[in-house]
Design a protein around this ligand. Sequence first.
Ligand code: ZN
Ligand code: ZN
Length: 265
Amino acid sequence: MSPEGILRAMAPGAGLADFAVLFALVVVVIVAILLGTGLFFEVMNARHPERKVQKHRVNARKWQELAYAPGSILTLSLCFAGGLFAQWQGWTLTPLPLSWWSSPLLLGISVVLYDAWFYWVHRLLHWRPMFRFHALHHKSVAPTVWTNHHETIVEALLNQLFYFVIVFVLPIPWQMLVAQKIYDQISGMLGHAGYEHFASPMARWPWPLASTVFHDQHHGYFRFNFAHTFSFWDRVMGTLHPSYDATVASFESTASQTATKSGPT
Ligand SMILES: [Zn+2]
Ligand SMILES: [Zn+2]
């Protein structure tokens, strides 16, 4: 996995061996993010038990969940490395050059598009003929940070194909796609953390962001909150859990009480 191998993959005319180097690098980075984010939340959760979302449910399935992480990570890495490689080989739309305005704009567009992709793929996975591919992920009624990769390969493929397809429809520079993937990995684990550490008015009406409570309620109640980063699609389609906004607000007071208790006296 030498730097020259990556440089060769970035140049037109690269071969399968160069793609393999890129794929291996993506796997290593994804695993590093998984471990770093997972350990961060394990420490945070232990320090703040009062922030647990489903207070009376216990999840001791960490190792059963992690057993599915290799298949999930290999699948998503294949899709992501495939997107980068296709762009580097000139098979896709020509990406716009990096600039202070177009790059963040394209990143924002891509995040919004992925949220729509995720919502509709997720609705599809809840359709009875498709649910067998998604049932595994729902075995954890109270998710933990490790639940993010507790999924079948079909589910991982349907979600992560976005990163292969997007380079054919949006001229997004690969650096922005890397930033989005890092955000996606961390926010996916945050959504499963089981503890609401970042409750904020920005995560409830009229703001569009979704917090940990959002996806936690999806696992707890099953028929609500199908989106990922934003609550937009669930609000529009009538699938938002009725207590979502109020539950986020209740955790804001928990967070401020904790801050007061642990603050200077
Ligand atoms: Zn689901
Ligand atoms: Zn989930």
